[in-house]
Write a protein that binds this ligand. Structure first.
Ligand code: AP5
Length: 215
């Protein structure tokens, strides 16, 4: 099962990625998580992308494409993988076409006013990437990870001004991929495009997605 999760910032891609990949026993590959880990570790990659990621702009295509190409060629991706946050531009989508066949493109759709609420209330456990929401998915103890008890943080790009920037970047560069994949449907062996309403509860959205995925 080779899957892509499309959808604007805060649509619930990371939340759904964990649930879907647990079911299929495939790795969830989040380019955003890869960049945040590199930034935390202060690696060469982290230094290259820190200012870009924290201001809500996109990392250059060539760098992201190389990184994903390497990642999906690893042994744990042989039975499939889920890409969360890639592709994000037409150039990335075209490059992916040459790298691997894809079974489904899952486009999670959430209106913009709901997105701002979701992202401004989000808290994350940096070491694991586990995600919470102050109101919708609160941790058992305030500001603490349920599993380790470690402190939760707010992502630097979850300030209201940067959320707005990320949404405008999404509309300019990523939203056109909806049309790209819809058009591709006409070709034989193209990935199946699924448009999913992302406004229900987390469980209902997972069930809706799973009901469309067939081996
Ligand atoms: P990335 O990490 O991919 O961020 P994003 O696309 O902005 O997505 P988010 O992680 O913010 O949201 P999500 O959809 O995963 O939502 P979540 O499940 O957490 O990328 C970060 C940055 O890295 C980019 O800005 C860019 O700089 C760089 N980058 C990454 N990939 C790149 C690429 N391919 N090319 C170039 N640059 C790249 O949910 C959000 C909140 O809502 C949570 O609090 C959650 O608990 C809550 N929630 C989830 N589902 C529901 C629900 N159904 N009801 C109520 N609340 C919900």
């Amino acid at each position: 099962m080779r899957l892509i999760l499309l959808g604007c910032p805060g649509a619930g891609k990371g939340t759904q990625a964990k649930l879907i990949t647990a079911h299929f026993h495939i790795p969830a590959i989040s380019t955003g998580d890869i960049f945040r880990t590199a930034i935390q570790q202060g690696s060469e990659l982290g230094r290259q992308v820190k200012a870009i990621v924290e201001s809500g702009h996109l990392v250059p295509d060539d760098l992201v494409i190389k990184l994903v190409a390497e990642r999906i060629s690893q042994a744990d991706c042989e039975q499939g993988f889920l890409l969360d946050g890639f592709p994000r531009t037409t150039a990335q989508a075209e490059a992916l076409q040459t790298l691997s066949p894809i079974d489904y493109v899952i486009d999670i759709d959430v209106p913009e006013d709901e997105i701002v609420k979701r992202l401004s209330g989000r808290r994350v456990h940096p070491a694991s990437g586990r995600t919470y929401h102050l109101i919708y998915q609160p941790p058992r103890h305030p500001e603490q990870d349920d599993i380790t008890g470690e402190a939760l943080i707010q992502r630097p790009d979850d300030s209201e001004a940067t959320i707005r920037k990320r949404l405008s970047v999404y509309h300019e560069q990523t939203h056109p991929l909806r049309h790209y994949y819809q058009q591709l449907q006409k070709q034989k062996d193209a990935p199946r495009y699924l448009h999913i309403d992302g406004t229900g509860s987390v469980d209902v959205i997972t069930q809706t997605i799973m009901s469309h995925l067939h081996h």
